[in-house]
Design a protein around this ligand. Structure first.
Ligand code: S3P
Length: 170
């Protein structure tokens, strides 16, 4: 039985890497945000608007506990998932947790290019975005670093290499 759980900050490429990896390994792919949306029949921004971040974190925690019971899966989490409740310890007990690490400037670049609506980043200018990422990373990194594996995606020039590195994990 294999269960790979991918964590890291917004814009690190968790979904892209997770999807490719699942295909490569013949495993089922789950993105936790998409799972939440399909189970709750609401988008993540709607959940934030209706229940605030606190409400979202509770739902995220419950949905993580559903998804991380499935077998032979690759799960990509939201950027904040490992940093609330005992989520990171639970994940480490459930599977092989991989932290996709990237420099703040790289994350910022990816987030500016991306089309996904992210409630925490709404209305931020380019300068504010980098400052915000740096602040959040200093709070979140201790949680991310509890992952069994770390891959620095800033050093990798394409997803193919990342996929190969992750698929070699034992
Ligand atoms: C969040 C990241 C998002 C999503 C929500 C909150 C965060 O997922 O779960 O907007 O706190 O970092 P991605 O990392 O997939 O963007």
């Amino acid at each position: 039985m294999k269960r790979i759980i991918i964590i890291g900050y917004m814009g690190a490429g968790k979904t892209t890497v997770g999807k490719a990896l699942a295909k490569e390994l013949g495993l089922q792919f789950y993105d936790l945000d998409w799972y939440i949306e399909s189970r709750r029949h609401k988008t993540v921004p709607q959940i934030f608007a209706e229940t605030g971040e606190e409400g979202f974190r509770k739902i995220e925690h419950d949905m993580l506990h559903e998804v991380a019971e499935f077998e032979d899966v690759v799960i990509s989490c939201g950027g904040g998932t490992p940093c609330f409740f005992d989520n990171i310890d639970y994940m480490n007990g459930q599977g092989q947790v991989v932290y996709l690490k990237a420099e703040p400037e790289v994350l910022c670049k990816h987030l500016k290019m991306g089309k996904t609506e992210r409630p925490l980043l709404k209305g931020k200018s380019s300068d504010e975005l980098l400052t915000f990422i740096n602040e959040q990373l200093s709070r979140r990194t201790p949680f991310y670093e509890k992952a069994r594996y770390q891959l620095d995606v800033s050093l990798m020039d394409n997803y193919e290499k990342i996929k190969i590195s992750v698929s070699k994990l034992r």
